[in-house]
Design a protein around this ligand. Structure first.
Ligand code: GUN
Ligand code: FE
Length: 476
């Protein structure tokens, strides 16, 4: 690939190379990249690497490559419910809207039809790594894993563990049965052929839906196999937190429930974390658990606003989650927009802090390393959507940014319209967007435009492990 490349470095910095030459090997890993290569030198650099015969993609004006999105929390069986039930808060929404839909996945034919289109939709949204919750059903969740595997997406797939506080027709009969089905799913996923892009994940739905014997058994599974990821919900909604405190009076907090059962560790993905108290924040940091920030869902179900800046200031790993269908979009772009809005709402609720900390809004400018009380900068939004999410699910050495030896999980973003024009941007002309001018500012402007005005039409190609698996160009 030759052209503009944007990749995160840290929470505060990203790199933007207008004339990057990036070479992907047969394994799908990045063989090498040369950050700044003039047009006239491309053939020479290729020859130096013995890559003169490689298939060559030259990016056009208005296009750039960036790492694929990591969705650290979503529910595949809830996609058919997108856009309904938003009048309720969490616990009523689960009873009225969510559990009835999930119960339908007892029918494997329904599951196969639904999941085929669901996974396609996540891929075309630009999600290259996805942490999926299935339903409680073993067979349907195997089908979900099979479809993800066959489409070539990188993912974690878990079946919900839930043996209480659920409807009679949508609950597991016992902790033993729940654990047996979980073990069967793990074995099924690990037996899938080829490179292990799909991995199993333990999925105790949330403390409310799991009896202590079930949590104990899942904690034992996690301890016995430290490679297993764990995903669950925490402290999303005030009524939910109160319910957890009633169910587990012996525990000091919601976070302490997971900790006592051995489910709070460096490979735990905690969705929401809206209402954590200070001690819980410290506990989450101490255990090195990660947080999936799901702002679209937190707004839509009126759960609250997660103070992500505070979590980042405490050094907690944070990624973004769509949390469909609490969230009404399969796209991490929507999560980015709402993460920005959430941080701005918190900033104007804390005017003193934000006045003190906000530098002028220079795109791509270095930021002070303090995130609470101010709007999240572009660099931080990019990080949470990619490398931060990779950290949360333990894949930071494989994906989330471009570096030699990492997997080529990437988006070819195209800001032009279907006629190949840059629309209103074209009015400003080449000066504004000129590839070749080299400033991080111009590519930063493209990235910001993509995040705040883009959608799946701009996600032209989606690559996972070097393989082109989706995007708008395949639909044309
Ligand atoms: N808590 C327990 N289950 C769920 C779910 O499906 N969605 C959300 N947003 N929160 C939950
Ligand atoms: Fe969720």
């Amino acid at each position: 690939f030759y052209g503009a490349v944007i990749t995160p470095d840290s929470l505060s910095h990203y790199s933007a190379y207008p004339r990057c030459l990036l070479c992907v090997g047969a394994s799908g890993d990045i063989d090498w990249l040369a950050e700044d290569v003039h047009d006239s030198a491309v053939q020479d650099v290729l020859a130096q690497h013995g890559a003169q015969d490689a298939a060559f993609v030259e990016l056009k004006h208005g296009e750039f490559l960036m790492p694929g999105f990591v969705d650290t929390h979503t529910h595949a069986p809830q996609v058919p419910n997108i856009g309904s039930g938003g009048q309720d808060e969490l616990l009523d929404w689960l009873s009225n809207t969510t559990f009835p839909m999930e119960a339908k996945f007892a029918d494997v034919d329904f599951a196969r039809r639904a999941y085929s289109s669901v996974v396609r939709r996540f891929i075309n949204s630009g999600t290259t790594t996805c942490c999926y919750y299935g339903t409680l059903h073993l067979e349907a969740t195997k089908i979900l894993a099979d479809i993800v595997h066959s489409y070539g997406q990188r993912a974690f797939v878990g079946k919900c563990n839930m043996d209480r506080s659920s409807p009679a027709d949508y609950v597991e009969p016992s902790a033993t049965a729940s654990v047996a089905a979980t073990e069967a799913l793990i074995a099924h996923i690990r037996a899938l052929a080829g490179p292990p892009l799909v991995q199993p994940v333990l999925t105790p739905r949330f403390a409310i839906s799991c009896t202590p014997p079930l949590l104990t058994a899942l904690g034992a599974l996690a301890r016995a196999d430290p490679s297993l990821l764990v995903q669950t919900h925490i402290s999303e909604n005030v009524a939910e937190v109160a319910f957890v405190r009633r169910l587990f009076p012996e525990c000091a907090s919601y976070a302490d429930v997971y900790d006592r059962f051995g489910l709070l560790g460096a490979r735990t993905v905690l969705a929401h974390a809206v209402h954590l108290d200070d001690e819980e924040v410290h506990l989450v940091k101490e255990r090195d658990a990660g947080v999936s920030h799901c702002p679209t869902s937190n707004f839509n179900l009126r759960s609250g606003i997660c103070n992500v800046g505070n979590l980042l200031d405490h050094g907690i790993k944070v990624g973004l989650g769509t949390d469909v269908s609490g969230g009404f979009s399969t796209s991490i772009i929507t999560a980015i927009q709402h993460a920005s809005t959430a941080s701005k709402v918190l900033a104007f609720q804390a005017p003193a802090a934000s006045l003190k900390l906000s530098p002028p809004a220079l795109i791509g400018a270095p930021v002070v390393p303090t995130f609470s009380g101010r709007q999240l900068p572009l660099a931080t939004l990019l990080h949470m959507a990619t490398l931060g999410g990779a950290h949360v699910c333990g894949l930071q050495h494989r994906v989330g940014s471009f570096a030699q030896g990492k997997a080529f999980d990437a988006l070819l973003v195209d800001l032009r319209d279907s006629a190949g024009n840059l629309g209103l941007w074209g009015v400003d002309g080449d000066r504004e967007l000129g590839i070749g001018e080299g400033a991080r500012g111009t590519l930063g402007a493209m990235l910001e435009r993509f995040f705040f005005t883009g959608d799946d039409r701009n996600v032209r190609r989606v690559y996972v492990q070097g393989r082109w698996i989706g995007g708008a160009e395949q639909r044309r």
